[in-house]
Design a protein around this ligand. Structure first.
Ligand code: NAD
Length: 358
């Protein structure tokens, strides 16, 4: 039995999480396994109910679980709170830090049947698109100290800091990941300007020379990487980068697939404990309408099966069923363009049809 802390959060979180639950139920039956899913509030809903975005009982549930399945948090209602009390700053960042989730894995894939929703012309993705972005998640400018606005509010300071150990451990994951794929790592930095990037480049190169000569390693400045992602995305296999660059590049890469609602992520620590969540946010503009795309949440559950529970077959089963459902023509409204052979489905219908296919 696997214990799962289920934190749907705000906005579309509960709607898409309900579909992931349907899929896990199917996997339970098919693979004779039991998921003990316990729900708890996080983010804005937790502020409303308990006065804080990450209540103690939610954190305790996560500590007692084998994995965390997370929706997303935040929304206009809580945007005027002090930053540390806001849903994302007050819940998601502390969770990442608390569990030392230093690696964020974001697969970016364009399904053949969904080529029409890719924001690039066909000729730019002729060789398909299948990238994994490995973003360092617990260091860099998001966490570096000092971090403050001066008393007279005349200036502000953020600190970007990386240690050798922090760089080494994420680089190792990138090389290991590439070994199981096309064996290409592109390490993205800004070594022409930032000292953290100079060190980053040095450490990544050292590790590569010592342990991973079979991998092709490229270094790329982040501005160039942003450009290359829309110019020739097929050149990438594994992209390795620090926290802030990864945040920006992974959203850019996500849009190549046509919708933020398509892409999952896994954030892991050294023990393989993970938090699994869609890369998008709470989509307040469409929340409560049963039209959100649950794919990212469902694929996040698949990543949980793969990385935390070592159920690769079941994860693949979900991914294949999803590919089949898309090939069959089912589209939520974010990826529906009225093309022949496609039909529009609600969030719930998408979940039901997918469960049927598993
Ligand atoms: P967003 O990702 O919520 O929405 C951006 C656009 O993508 C919207 O048009 C939305 O409708 C669409 N979209 C996102 N997910 C979708 C899905 N599953 N199906 C269909 N369409 C989808 O980003 P935003 O508008 O910048 O942020 C909204 C709120 O979410 C903010 O409060 C922000 O702080 C929060 N947020 C949370 C997380 C997180 O919890 N990890 C991440 C990003 C943003």
């Amino acid at each position: 039995m696997f214990k799962v802390a289920v934190l749907p959060g705000d906005g579309i979180g509960p709607e898409v999480m309900a579909q992931a639950m349907k899929i896990l139920k199917k996997i339970e039956k098919k693979y004779s396994v039991k998921f003990d899913c316990k729900f708890s509030d996080v983010g804005g809903i937790a502020i409303d109910n308990y006065g804080e975005p990450l209540p103690q009982h939610t954190l305790k549930l996560c500590e007692e679980s084998d994995a965390i399945l997370f929706g997303s948090v935040g929304g206009p209602k809580w945007e005027n709170l002090p930053p540390e009390k806001q849903p994302e700053r007050g819940a998601l960042l502390p969770l990442r830090k608390h569990f030392n989730l230093f690696v964020n894995i974001r697969p970016v894939k364009v399904y053949p049947a969904l080529k029409e929703s890719c924001s690039l012309k066909d000729k730019f993705i002729q060789q398909g698109l299948d990238i994994v972005i490995l973003r360092e998640l617990t260091g860099g400018i998001y966490f570096g100290q000092p971090k403050y606005i001066s008393e007279d509010r005349n200036y502000a300071v953020d600190t970007m800091k990386y240690t050798v150990e922090e760089i080494k451990r994420i680089a190792k994951v990138a090389f290991e990941t590439a070994r199981l794929r096309k064996k290409i790592v592109t390490s993205v930095d800004k070594a022409n300007v930032l000292m953290t990037s100079v060190l980053w480049r040095e450490i990544v190169t050292e590790l590569w020379e010592k342990d991973y000569p079979d991998i092709k390693l490229n270094h790329m400045y982040v501005d160039n990487a942003a450009m290359q992602l829309v110019r020739n995305p097929s050149q990438f296999d594994v992209i390795l980068t620090e926290n802030m660059f990864g945040d920006i590049l992974s959203d850019e890469a996500a849009m190549l697939t046509g919708s933020l609602g398509m892409l999952p992520s896994a954030s892991l620590n050294e023990r393989g404990f993970g938090l699994y969540e869609p890369i998008g946010g709470t989509a307040p503009d469409i929340a409560g309408q049963n039209i959100a795309n649950p794919t990212a949440q469902i694929l996040s559950a698949a990543l949980m099966l793969r990385y935390s529970f070592k159920m690769d077959d079941a994860a693949r089963d979900i991914e294949n069923a999803l590919e089949n459902l898309i090939a069959k023509g089912a589209r939520t409204s974010d990826i529906f363009y009225g093309d022949p052979g496609t039909y529009k489905v609600s969030t719930e219908e998408f979940g039901d049809e997918l469960a049927e296919l598993i």
